[in-house]
Design a protein around this ligand. Sequence first.
Ligand SMILES: [Fe+2]
Length: 308
Amino acid sequence: MQIRALGYLGFESPRYEEWLTFGPEIFGLQIGDRDPDGTIQLRVDDRHRRLSIHPGEEDRLAYIGWELAGRAAFSEAVAELSHKGYAPHLGTAEECRQREVLGLARFQDPYGFTHEVYYGPTSTVGSFLPGKPMAGSFVGGVGGVGHVVLAVPEITPELEKFVTDVLGMELFVTAPDGRFSGGQFYRCNPRTHCLALIAVPGHKGVHHLEIESTHMDDVGRAWDLVQERELPITVTLGRHMSDTLISFYMRTPTGFDIEFGAGSQLLDDTFVQTTPSALETWGHKFVGDGWPPTVRPLTPEQHPTGKE
Ligand SMILES: [Fe+2]
């Protein structure tokens, strides 16, 4: 299949209501419609929503939504998933209405993370209003919301095959020795990566989500604000060697980290894979207290691959 972008993500969280202030005040995310169950939708552009924070007993990633070009691409993707043994479940009319898409199919990867492919998202031109004044705007639109990083016990050949052969992504870079040794960063559009896998032996869960502004001042202002409010910073301002993005990371009320940055390069068909000799060009000092709490130890009953 040919995924066009990381389109939306859903999380569950006991502290979901904190996003009503956290999202707009720190980053400028817009609060969108509320679902009857209290779910909070957050927006970065004219799409109906990009992040959904659902009420739940445990902080966890509930689903990742991958955007396809349209109905034909969706039909082909569903057929491919079925053929390759991933048993996609077609979304009901109610689920499509809730996600504001025309069609979706849900399936699980080899470690049990839930993915959805969809097409036809609702978009209202000119409707985005940032949750606070911004110097620029969020990078979004057809390029998607940013990237998501998943921690898995081991990056197995089966998992790599799932990303490249089923999701159809291309390897952008492999992380050098260090905190993310051997991490695999994958691209699905001109943005440098939309999905990354890092190996954390014995653990599984969402590590961070990246969102991006078109203007560095938005990142600088957020950086000042989190320090003034003494919010939990996990990685200081800096630049990865693999990407021109300048960013910092902080812990969210739902336990995973958000990386907020600006200045990422876009790739074209002259792209070649290079091997960075270090993780960082400058900055990005780890000041957090270990892995985000959403990266949990595997339970004894979980299969070594994470499958039930
Ligand atoms: Fe990142």
